[in-house]
Design a protein around this ligand. Structure first.
Ligand SMILES: Cc1cc2nc3c(=O)[nH]c(=O)nc-3n(C[C@H](O)[C@H](O)[C@H](O)COP(=O)(O)OP(=O)(O)OC[C@H]3O[C@@H](n4cnc5c(N)ncnc54)[C@H](O)[C@@H]3O)c2cc1C
Length: 451
């Protein structure tokens, strides 16, 4: 067996791995990176970017159809599936190429091609090479989609986010299993492109929202465009004409395709983590400090979706940077507030503390989207904003279902990160008429201030 060594070894060249590589190298560490695939990232190939491209196509159709409400007749709206997919894939490929350029800029002798498997806490085997790391190993192997057992009888008609963007046509009817951000975003995009969409979930919550009131508002808004079957156990069977029949108590749907969107567990199974002596949770995921990304007092770090902690792009990038830097001798920076967005319309946003983890004396302020002038102007008046404050008057979280919610979420994240109190947050220059005024209204409601 060949052997190689380095200071810092990165496993996986996706978003987290590439950032970790650059951070460790920048600190002067002799760094190697192992990648088993062609490079490019989940985000660009089969994640954030193609999904946002499909959403953009859906929005264009939706706005054209909705123009009549403003007295503008856009005529009959038709969707050319071939051109929709062509644009999604052409733009997607440009994003992938940018990541590949980054990956290929790494000197060839710094890249080890193949699947990594630990053989000790400081070494992995890749093919017939043992690679030992003197200072640290960063696990950045990402996650993968799963197909739930209920879809076993119709497996051939099931797609995941890894295969849905390969379609050339649009199904007449699509079932989405899972009402998380991924399922809802794609479900709404397909619905807007003229597909009859049914979203099925065993729970009552959508888009990762924990706040019951905001969740209700989100369900009401999204239910206008798709059938939402929530809190149900579905069964699937194949029909004689090659379709899928889904049944649940009180409902049924017959569809051409099913999108499995029931989560993305970390890709750790092939790593043989048992050889490292790391403490693993009940799912086999290493326990790590979410500030330094270090596993216990070992020299192994976890970043990105591999850690099953905040599986979103900005945390993968930042976690990769931190892990690479700390492995090479740096100090971890502060932890950011949690921040997640489902790019449905209305946007569904969770920032900071979620409803389930609010302290007992937390105070909640709310603002209805239908009371916001700008939302009415734009004909997007569905949703609710709720802000959370602690007993000391500091802003600690928000749940948002609102047009432009992505922007509102950023303002709240910034305010929480800076330790802003609710009174100061309310007393800003809030321009009129903007959807940002929803934040001011919710903050003033929390403070019990007169209008
Ligand atoms: C449909 C969809 C939409 C999304 N939309 C958003 C969004 O809008 N905003 C957002 O913030 N997040 C979004 N996400 C989440 C975001 O894409 C991920 O959080 C992010 O891409 C994770 O990056 P990563 O570096 O952890 O993993 P990846 O980019 O998957 O990289 C992991 C790499 O590790 C390699 N690898 C795995 N195992 C091994 C091994 N044993 N040896 C060697 N190499 C290995 C893989 O080949 C891969 O290249 C979305 C995800 C999906 C699926």
């Amino acid at each position: 067996m060949d052997s190689r060594d380095c200071d810092v070894l990165i496993l996986g060249a996706g978003t987290a791995g590439l950032k970790a590589y650059k951070a460790a190298t920048a600190r002067g560490a002799d760094t190697l990176i192992v990648e088993r695939g062609p490079g490019g990232s989940t985000c660009t190939r089969v994640g954030c970017m193609p999904s946002k491209l499909l959403i953009a196509a859906g929005r264009a159709a939706h706005q054209a159809r909705g123009a009549a409400a403003f007295g503008v007749d856009a005529g009959a709206v038709t969707v050319d599936a071939t051109r929709v997919w062509q644009r999604v894939r052409a733009e997607r490929d440009r994003f992938v190429q940018a990541v590949l350029d980054d990956y290929h800029a790494i000197p060839a002798e710094r890249v080890v091609h193949g699947t990594a498997r630990f053989c000790a806490a400081d070494a992995v085997i890749v093919g017939d090479t043992r690679v030992t790391a003197r200072r640290g190993i960063v696990i950045a192997t990402g996650g993968h989609p799963i197909v739930p057992e209920l879809l076993a009888p119709v497996r051939d008609l099931v797609r995941t986010h890894e295969t849905i963007f390969d379609l050339d046509t649009l199904p007449r009817a699509l079932a989405v299993i899972g009402a998380g951000p991924l399922g809802l975003e794609l479900g709404q995009a397909f619905a807007r492109l003229g597909v009859d969409v049914t979203v099925i979930d065993g729970g009552q919550h959508v888009g990762g929202l924990k706040d019951p009131a905001v969740n209700r508002a989100a369900v009401a808004a999204l239910g206008r465009e798709m059938t939402l079957a929530l809190g149900v156990e579905a069964a699937a069977s194949a029909t004689d004409d090659g379709r899928v029949r889904l049944t649940w108590e009180g409902g049924e749907a017959t569809v051409d395709q099913v999108l499995a969107a029931t989560g993305r567990p970390p890709s750790l199974a092939e790593l043989a983590l048992e050889t490292t002596g790391l403490a693993l949770d009940e799912h086999g995921t290493p326990e790590f400090d979410s500030r330094s990304h270090r596993c216990g007092d070992s020299a192994i770090f976890v970043a990105g979706d591999a850690g099953a902690w905040r599986p979103v792009l900005h945390e993968a990038a930042r976690g990769g940077r931190i892990a690479g830097d700390v492995a090479a001798g740096g100090k971890p920076p502060r932890r950011l507030p949690a921040f997640a967005i489902a790019f449905t319309e209305p946007n569904l946003v969770s920032v900071g503390r979620d409803f389930d983890s609010l302290p007992e004396q937390a105070r909640i302020g709310a603002a209805k989207v239908c009371d916001n002038g700008r939302a009415t102007v734009d004909g997007e008046d569905q949703g609710l904003v709720r802000l959370y404050g602690d007993a000391d008057g500091r802003l600690i979280g928000a749940a948002i279902a609102a047009p432009g919610g992505e922007h509102l979420g950023h303002l709240v994240a910034l305010a929480i990160d800076r330790g802003t109190d609710v009174a100061t947050f309310a007393d800003q220059a809030w321009y009129h008429p903007t959807v940002e005024e929803l934040l001011q209204a919710a903050a003033r409601d929390l403070l019990g201030a007169a209008d």
